[in-house]
Write a protein that binds this ligand. Structure first.
Ligand SMILES: Cc1cc2nc3c(=O)[nH]c(=O)nc-3n(C[C@H](O)[C@H](O)[C@H](O)COP(=O)(O)OP(=O)(O)OC[C@H]3O[C@@H](n4cnc5c(N)ncnc54)[C@H](O)[C@@H]3O)c2cc1C
Length: 358
């Protein structure tokens, strides 16, 4: 459709005529990818990476504005008629056709299990624009990329981007995996390391024996010094499960260095009961602050459907204005007064009377 058509569809008169449905509700009857402004993408194919991980090849609609290697998106999928959203790093490089996300099963987690077991070609996903600041550093400093498990995804996008750019970047790629069978992108990593002298692959098998040339064991400061003797000269990038990230961060701090640039897939959230009453100013609803673990779930309990993404304080998808009140940040327990300020509902609870603009 031309941009004129989109403009015609996205004007107040058309919106009023479509009410109580949205213009998108009508458009999706013709083509589920059509929307007046939202990014949607069709799964073109699903490729199995390991027993527990798949890569989804997605063609986004024309609203997709592109991405930079290392960024993530919020992906919404309908499961049993309910839309659920989670963040996923984009594992493809910007020059690739379409975009890919690579999803690993996360325990009994809802969305990862659905995508790994049931996602199919033809299915339409609801996407955000790409976001995030975990990017390749400027300049030509030698790099150290450290990843574990599914944390390889944003770093793989960066590696692919370096290959696209033909940039001989001097990369040590230190990847931790439970076993060879669990190693996402194993074949491609080996092939790239074979092809490019500037890429030094160090594959570490944490849970079993490694073949000659690879390594085994868990990350330790001693292993880092042994595998990357010039670590002091390298700009480090990190993404992996929290225990690996903690160990790497500690090792860098012990060396008197800053923590590496990093992407977290999970954040530790403390459980602290809410207090006081929460009023939702637009809908006129009210609830006790202790009725749900955070303000996002409290709003949902009232039947409200605020936009959200990762539900763990990373993606900013649930930011919402607090007109007035006291809130507690569940990541560090800090209580503060807020007035006309946007906060992430998923990692805050009420610490007194709060008025949320919903
Ligand atoms: C910036 C960013 C990028 C990311 N990129 C990727 C990526 O590239 N690839 C990838 O695979 N993941 C990625 N993630 C993680 C992803 O967003 C999801 O968090 C992950 O897939 C789990 O979602 P889920 O719906 O499967 O689990 P959820 O349903 O949200 O559950 C989360 C965890 O809680 C456990 N759980 C659920 N319910 C209960 C319960 N009642 N009791 C006890 N435990 C329970 C589950 O077993 C699971 O381990 C990224 C996250 C962020 C923030």
């Amino acid at each position: 459709m031309s941009s004129v058509t989109w403009k015609l569809l996205n004007n107040p008169i058309t919106r009023a005529l479509a009410s109580p449905l949205s213009v998108d509700d009508y458009l999706s009857q013709f083509n589920p990818l059509w929307s007046v402004g939202d990014v949607r993408g069709r799964i073109e194919r699903v490729e199995r990476e390991t027993a527990d991980a798949v890569t989804l090849y997605i063609s986004p609609n024309s609203h997709w504005a592109g991405h930079v290697a290392g960024q993530h998106l919020v992906l919404g999928v309908e499961i049993e008629g309910v839309r659920h959203s989670r963040c996923f790093s984009i594992s493809s490089a910007p020059g690739d056709t379409g975009i890919t996300v690579t999803v690993k099963r996360n325990g009994d987690g809802l969305v990862s299990n659905y995508l790994v077991d049931r996602a199919q070609a033809g299915e339409v996903l609801f996407l955000s624009q790409a976001r995030g600041e975990f990017l390749l550093p400027d300049g030509n400093a030698p790099l150290l990329m450290i990843s574990g498990g599914s944390g390889i995804t944003p770093l793989m996008a960066m590696l692919r981007e370096l290959v696209h750019q033909g940039r001989e970047a001097d990369v040590v790629f230190l990847h931790y995996s439970n076993s060879y069978a669990d190693t996402i992108f194993h074949g491609e990593l080996r092939a790239l390391a074979e092809r490019f002298d500037w890429l030094n692959l160090k594959l570490v098998i944490s849970n079993g024996a490694a073949v000659e040339g690879d390594h085994s064991g868990l990350f330790s400061a001693g292993q880092l010094d042994e595998l990357v003797p010039d670590v002091a000269e390298r700009v480090a990038l990190l993404c992996g499960p929290p225990p690996l990230m903690d160990r790497v961060n500690d090792a860098f701090l012990a060396k008197g260095r800053d923590k590496p640039a990093q992407e977290q897939f999970q954040v530790r959230i403390t459980a602290a009961a809410g207090e006081g009453r929460v009023s939702f100013s637009r809908s006129g609803l009210e609830a006790a602050g202790d009725a749900a673990p955070n303000l996002l779930e409290l709003a949902e309990q009232q039947g409200l459907n605020p936009p959200h993404g990762c539900r763990m304080g990373i993606c900013q998808g649930c930011k919402c204005r607090i007109t007035q009140g006291q809130v507690r940040d569940l990541r560090n327990g800090e209580v503060r007064d807020v007035q006309d300020e946007e906060i992430q509902l998923c990692v805050h609870t009420a610490a007194g009377a709060v008025s949320v603009e919903l």
